[in-house]
Design a binder for this molecule. Structure first.
Ligand code: FES
Length: 165
């Protein structure tokens, strides 16, 4: 009997009762469910919206000029693939100057990269090889050279510009 008095709070105490907990288990679970629904919707809708709204990087096919970084980004004897609108382009800093080609292999369309060990542009799919100075086929199955992309370098800043065709 004395235990009941100790455990059960009395309503008629002197008015100093602790505030009831604000977050109940049910409310917490409701928040958790709402968060998971919103997260799931964001995960589903983000790629759909990204697919429907094209990226605003360059303007492919309009004859615009796209920056490909600076010479500091591509040291002599190196190369990298950069986006030119929706088309990948490989930019190379060679002894003969900065060169740029479409990075889409003329065999079956894989994306080529620069192979610094061999000094060639290499296709990872069937080991097609292209010349870094001309884009011509060196070896492998590609039937045609890589299309040349017009490139210019700002003498003062070293910024590399690609002209979209
Ligand atoms: S796709 Fe490049 S060599 Fe086949």
């Amino acid at each position: 009997m004395e235990q009941e008095r100790l455990q059960a709070p009395s309503d008629d105490s002197a008015g100093v009762t602790p505030a009831p907990p604000v977050t109940t288990r049910r409310r917490f679970l409701r928040y958790l469910l709402g968060f998971s629904v919103v997260s799931t919707m964001a995960l589903v809708l983000t790629p759909v919206i990204a697919f429907l709204v094209p990226p605003k990087t360059g303007s492919a096919g309009t004859g615009g000029v796209v920056s490909a970084g600076t010479l500091a980004d591509i040291p002599l004897g190196q190369g990298k693939v950069v986006p030119m609108g929706s088309k990948p382009t490989i930019v190379l800093n060679t002894e003969q100057g900065v060169k740029a080609y479409s990075a889409i292999c003329t065999h079956l369309g894989c994306i080529v990269t620069f192979d610094g060990a061999n000094g060639t542009i290499a296709c990872p799919c069937h080991d097609g090889r292209f010349s870094p100075t001309t884009g011509a086929v060196v070896s492998g199955p590609p039937p045609a050279p890589l299309p040349v992309v017009e490139v210019s370098v700002d003498e003062e800043t070293g910024e590399i510009f690609l002209k979209e065709g």
